[in-house]
Design a protein around this ligand. Structure first.
Ligand SMILES: [Zn+2]
Length: 78
């Protein structure tokens, strides 16, 4: 049995996500590692809204299109 995935992180699916607060679109690159996945936070690159996902490291986020709500405020995570 190979336990390659136990020592080598592998890429989960990348996908584009639309922020449900400000409407911007950003690309999410997530990595999983067997036995090391836990809840990691990542933040909307425009408004800072917090999202959570299971991953081994903090996901990489790349802005694709700007927010569409016409505001400049930040999402209040509390
Ligand atoms: Zn946002």
């Amino acid at each position: 049995m190979s336990n390659w995935t136990a020592t080598h992180p592998y890429k989960d699916k990348d996908w584009n996500q639309t922020c449900d607060y400000c409407g911007c679109v950003f690309r999410m690159e997530n990595q999983l590692q067997d036995g090391h996945n836990e809840s990691e936070e990542y933040y909307c690159p425009e408004c800072g809204k917090e999202f959570k996902i299971r991953a081994c490291i903090t996901p990489q986020v790349t802005l694709i299109s700007k927010r569409t709500d016409g505001k400049t405020d930040s999402y209040n995570n509390n």
